[in-house]
Design a binder for this molecule. Structure first.
Ligand SMILES: [Zn+2]
Length: 408
């Protein structure tokens, strides 16, 4: 497949790479921290002050703003025997919502999420892959508008996750090998124009890592998104690592077989052509001359079919080799498997684990001691996209939509 002309490389450092110094930055971080803590559970002012290490006037000022914007609700103090019980603060779940979009080869998902990240409406349709950029975008826009029409509260922002590589500076999808319809699409500009909302574009593997942050206390972890393609969401110090140009995490195009089959990315023997969900289907199909889908092959593997077991085992072995490289490079405290391929993680992990244990600096037992978790969310990408948009609202980066006093 011919690749499009090479675009100029954007410059994008990881989030959090700039030291927080300006007062407005400090305020944004504190504002987001207050909301993140209250998302977990209602808290009193004194609990928040203690957890955040903020002075009472500084916290009072911040909370006053959030109450004024109707982002927080404060329950009436409950009298107790020895004085007044401090009033708990909580996030107003009806103040606004965000639109989370997942644009993948297999489908296009549009969902509405409340300020707590809870789904309100989800719509899934065929992505239109192979039908050209115009049709793919038309389907995404139609799904977005249909879901937005059901919103019962003001919509603040849109988060959209797409396969990479992505030029984050330009809001542009560059050249996902399995989705040529998206090549060089300026998705942020188009969606902002057509929806009239701020749009935040995220790499799909970074989006899933972002949503998993809410499920783990791990500071440093790598989320391997297994679907037709394979991506890695790299989290360092609880921040997404993007690399110098925003291209970090293209794990699917790490060469596992250096003399292997050519990949549309221009490399050879890429991981996703060996361990992606389609690669497993193709391998089984070549061996048996059938055309079964992944779930059917998994069912056969579970029933003892040796060819089906082999198809998964070889994918797990390639993932194990990739995991060895990740461990040696990043020394993470956790690996996470997620996405459609992870629904069959039990068939992949034995072989993955064997190679990880025997190749990742076995003298020191690096692989053996590394936990592997499976994200059980069947479709984590849309949630991650919504989380990206929610984060922007939490940090106060975008003005909140208007609301009528007493309506929410
Ligand atoms: Zn490749």
């Amino acid at each position: 497949m011919a690749m499009n002309p090479k675009p100029a490389l954007p410059v994008r450092k990881s989030e959090g790479s700039k030291p927080v110094q300006r007062p407005q930055d400090v305020r944004r971080v504190n504002r987001a921290s207050v909301l993140e803590l209250l998302r977990e559970r209602p808290c009193s002012r004194s609990e928040l002050a203690q957890m955040l290490g903020l002075s009472k006037p500084a916290l009072g000022d911040l909370i006053g703003d959030l109450l004024e914007q109707n982002l927080l609700l404060e329950d009436t103090p409950t009298p107790v025997q020895r004085g007044r019980y401090p009033a708990p603060l909580r996030i107003n779940p009806r103040r606004f919502c965000v639109l989370g979009l997942d644009l993948s080869v297999d489908n296009c998902e549009a969902g509405l999420y409340n300020p707590l990240g809870e789904p309100l409406e989800i719509l899934q349709t065929f992505s239109g892959v192979g039908q050209g950029a115009h049709e793919v975008y038309r389907r995404l826009l139609r799904a977005s508008r249909e879901v937005l029409s059901k919103a019962s509260m003001p919509v603040a922002a849109v988060g959209v996750a797409a396969p990479g590589p992505i030029n984050f500076e330009q809001g542009q999808i560059l050249a996902p090998p399995h989705f040529p319809d998206l090549h060089n699409m300026y998705l942020v500009e188009q969606l902002q124009r057509d929806l009239g909302l701020p749009v935040y574009l995220e790499h799909d593997s970074a989006a899933v890592a972002r949503q998993y942050l809410g499920s783990t206390p791990a500071e440093n972890f790598i989320y391997i998104l297994l679907h037709r393609g394979i991506g890695a969401g790299i989290v360092i110090g609880r921040q997404i690592y993007r690399g110098q140009h925003g291209f970090a995490g293209e794990l699917g195009h790490v060469s596992i077989d250096i003399d292997g089959e050519p990949c549309p990315c221009g490399n050879r023997g890429c991981l996703e052509n060996i361990a992606g969900t389609t690669a497993i289907e193709l391998r089984y199909g070549r061996l048996t001359r059938t055309g079964l889908e992944l779930s059917a092959i998994a069912a056969l593997a579970h029933s003892g079919d040796p060819v089906a077991q082999l198809a998964f085992e070889q994918a797990g072995r390639a993932l194990g080799w990739a995991a060895v490289n990740l461990v040696n490079l990043f020394d993470p405290e956790l690996l996470v498997l997620g996405g459609p391929g992870a629904a069959h993680a039990d068939l992949l992990i034995p072989s993955l684990r064997h190679h990880l244990n025997t190749r990742a600096y076995p003298y020191l037992g690096w692989g053996e001691h590394l936990p592997i978790e499976v994200d059980t969310l069947p479709k984590p990408v849309g949630i991650g996209a919504a989380e990206y948009a929610l984060g922007a609202v939490y940090r106060g980066e975008i003005p909140l939509p208007l609301w009528e006093r007493g309506s929410a």
